[in-house]
Design a protein around this ligand. Structure first.
Ligand code: SF4
Length: 351
């Protein structure tokens, strides 16, 4: 069954540090903390709009939930917990900082029905964390993940490639450490320059250069591939498109694109097909790419970028896309002459 998230934004509520890249007020368009009454109203409003069966989850985003005083956490969770007990929703999740987690805190939110805790992590390189003003270390992340998972609560990690001081090597190290932590899922949000942040100041002084869109797409694509090959779900790649983020007064620079997630998936298809083509002699021949109909646009790439690259780089005469909904998503069967090759994300070279 499809999931339906009822988002409740608590912009910067509870935050013990001001991270240099973050301006939740600009991103969400909200500038005051939410009240329990508003949580109730948001739940009721969303429930009234849901017409098909869904797994409904209330999610508290945009602040450091578990850093709030315990009575405020309880007051905000109470309406969601009541809806959970009445069977109106099926789950509750909160986002928070890794240094605001311990067994007591996790036990307290679990009493109010929380089954998932997402940690804003961004990087597992202590130098990058320090420069970003995060106020916690990679070791504290590992400890928080261990506590959350050890108590049987689902744990998600949010990563932010492209922060100041990050190199390709430190990003790879962050990715490998993340795999070792075994989170239940990951979100990948490449760093963008938001108005009103310290990062915007650094950018305006020429002291910070964000990733370009193609760089960010490649990095996100590699991370996604690595995590999925290690059994870790990637539930989001790139910031969710909103009216606020489309405003150039809000996003000043950086790799924001409303179709970022699709572009990262297209890049992965590019790798899959290229790896196969590298091992064949396809010069001046035709290939057929059979795939699930829901993958067609990702295989083509933005403005047919993938098709054009494959055609040029491998001197193909033609590429024919053929829909076959018997194939799983994110996999293709490539036909060249009389041979058929199956390729998926975990077997890029399988012929
Ligand atoms: S990134 Fe998280 S902890 Fe940092 S300021 Fe934003 S909401 Fe607060």
């Amino acid at each position: 069954m499809k999931r339906y998230i009822i988002p409740v934004f608590i912009p910067h509520y509870g935050c013990t540090h001001q991270c240099i890249f973050c301006n939740q007020r600009k991103i969400t368009g909200l500038d005051r903390p939410v009240s329990p009454e508003q949580v109730s109203a948001a739940i009721a409003e969303h429930l009234a709009m849901i017409t098909a069966p869904r797994l409904i989850e209330v999610a508290f985003y945009g602040g450091s939930f578990t850093a709030l005083p315990a009575d405020i956490q309880q007051a905000l969770l109470a309406p969601a917990y009541a809806a959970l007990q009445q069977g109106k929703i099926q789950a509750i999740r909160v986002s928070t900082r890794p240094d605001c987690i311990n067994a007591e805190i996790v036990t307290a939110v679990c009493r109010y029905g929380v089954t998932t805790i997402e940690l804003g992590v961004q990087s597992l390189d202590d130098d990058v964390l320090r420069t970003a003003g995060r106020g916690h270390t990679a070791r504290q992340v590992a400890a928080a993940v261990a506590v959350i998972r050890g108590m049987g609560v689902k744990c998600g990690i949010q990563l932010m490639p492209g922060l100041p001081g990050e190199t390709m090597l430190s990003l790879i190290a962050t990715a490998c450490r993340t795999v070792k932590l075994k989170p239940d899922f990951v979100r990948i949000y490449p760093a963008v320059v938001i108005a009103g942040t310290q990062l915007a100041v650094l950018y305006s002084r020429g002291l910070y250069r964000p990733l370009t869109l193609p760089q960010a797409v490649r990095q996100a694509g590699y991370l996604k591939l690595l995590f999925e090959r290690n059994g870790i779900k990637v539930i989001r790649t790139g910031l969710q498109a909103t009216a606020e983020l489309a405003d150039q007064q809000v996003v000043l620079a950086g790799p924001y694109h409303p179709s970022f997630g699709e572009m990262a998936d297209s890049f992965i298809f590019h790798l899959m097909v290229s790896r196969c083509l590298e091992q064949l002699d396809c010069t001046d021949s035709e290939i057929f790419i059979c795939h699930h109909s829901r993958d067609t646009s990702k295989i083509r790439g933005l403005k047919n970028a993938n098709l054009n690259r494959w055609r040029q780089e491998y001197s193909l005469r033609a590429i024919t896309l053929a829909v076959d909904d018997e194939l799983p998503l994110n996999a293709i069967a490539m036909i060249h002459q009389t041979n058929r090759y199956f390729i998926n994300k975990s077997m890029l070279t399988s012929l």
